[in-house]
Design a protein around this ligand. Structure first.
Ligand code: PMP
Length: 351
């Protein structure tokens, strides 16, 4: 029989509706040119996929290490950072000590805690979506969680939490994970701490910079910490195609990605200003590749009407504290225009 704890889980929600303009999953909207695709096809056609891939993922690790300015010994790779979140939730601290995270945030922290039967120590973010430090410290002292997750910047609110608050919570003896999935859009990091301290690791991912389908997540930490967590990694968790495609993308084709990332950052400011100027729309400032916004129109209805106009965004209005909120990923300029036009259209129709 299935464990009741697992039976009562609500699985990770993904948006499966298809739409002409997909701005729902914080992917990088990028079309790789023909020569890039041709090169990948060539490399894949040579791939001895009847064999297991390199279990240590050494060649890809070397490229990642170089890109992120660390040593390969500081790296552990996962099948997406989702897999690394699972590993952390099982590897860090005694199982009867809880897992702390501010909410609303990325749902995998809570899901992994539930999967492993650990107490979810949740604290509501304040009205600026920042950490309520006083309440957090009180809760940490009371519940004594062993592990804390901070999405930095936070998904889905888009802001960076106060560094001082994160450091204060960590100083209570809590192993701290900085989930920097959106690092390329924020350029802010705790990397130095992760390399120097035994109570801190940083998570990154290739998913938000054009490679979501490859499923490559990255953990960065001190060699000793990485060595221990590596012991629970499933063998061959990074597939052969992912290893070789990611390596090509991070070397030969990286300038292409960098260019698109910078464009998204510029587009983010343009979309934010456009939302700000719309009556009845309240966008929240973002350091990521998406923007959360609140409207006076019922969010479910707005979400549906945008789909009818061919634009898919993510509806977060079901989350406590995010009533009336939708999240739009920043895409190509023409996709962002399509979104802004569709939103303006719906607002006009509903006025
Ligand atoms: N962390 C955060 C904060 C995210 O938003 C996401 C993706 N939605 C992930 C981790 C998971 O990323 P990956 O594709 O690497 O599993």
């Amino acid at each position: 029989m299935v464990n009741p704890r697992i039976k009562s889980l609500s699985a990770y929600k993904t948006e499966r509706t298809s739409a002409r303009v997909k701005l729902s999953s914080n992917e990088l909207s990028i079309e790789f040119p023909g020569d890039v695709r041709k090169r990948i096809a060539e490399v894949l056609s040579e791939l001895p996929f009847n064999r297991y891939p390199d279990p240590q993922v050494q060649e890809l690790k070397e490229v990642v290490a170089q890109r992120f300015g660390v040593r390969t010994e500081n790296l552990m790779l996962g099948n997406g950072s989702d897999e690394l979140i699972y590993y952390l939730s099982v590897a860090i601290g005694d199982q009867n000590r809880g897992i702390f995270y501010p909410v609303p945030t990325f749902s995998m922290y809570g899901i992994s805690a539930q999967v492993f039967g650990r107490e979810r120590v949740e604290i509501r973010l304040n009205s600026f979506f920042d950490i309520d430090l006083e309440e957090s410290l009180r809760l940490v002292q009371e519940k004594k969680p062993a592990l804390a997750y901070f999405s930095y910047p936070n998904n889905p609110t888009g802001n960076l939490f106060s560094e001082k608050s994160i450091v204060s919570i960590r100083s209570q003896g809590v192993f701290t994970v900085l989930d920097e999935a959106y690092f390329h859009y924020s350029k802010r990091t705790f990397l130095k701490d992760a390399l120097e301290r035994e109570d801190t690791v940083v998570l990154r991912t290739l998913s938000k910079i054009g490679m979501a389908g490859l499923r490559v997540g990255i953990m960065i930490g001190k060699e000793e910490v990485i060595k221990d967590i590596e012991k629970i990694r499933l063998p061959f968790n990074i597939t052969y195609p992912s290893q070789v495609i990611a390596r090509l993308m991070l070397t030969e084709f990286y300038p292409l990605i960098e260019e698109e990332v910078e464009r998204v950052i510029r587009e983010r400011e343009r979309v934010y200003s456009a939302l700000l100027s719309m009556e009845g729309v309240e966008p929240f400032p973002s350091s990521a590749n998406f923007i959360l916004f609140r409207t006076y129109i019922p969010a479910d209805l707005l979400h549906k009407k945008l789909i009818e106009k061919g634009v898919l965004v993510r509806n977060f209005s079901y989350m406590e504290g995010l009533e009336g909120c939708l999240r739009v990923s920043i895409g190509k300029p023409e996709e962002n225009d399509a979104f802004l036009e569709a939103l303006e259209g719906v607002l006009k129709e509903m006025a």
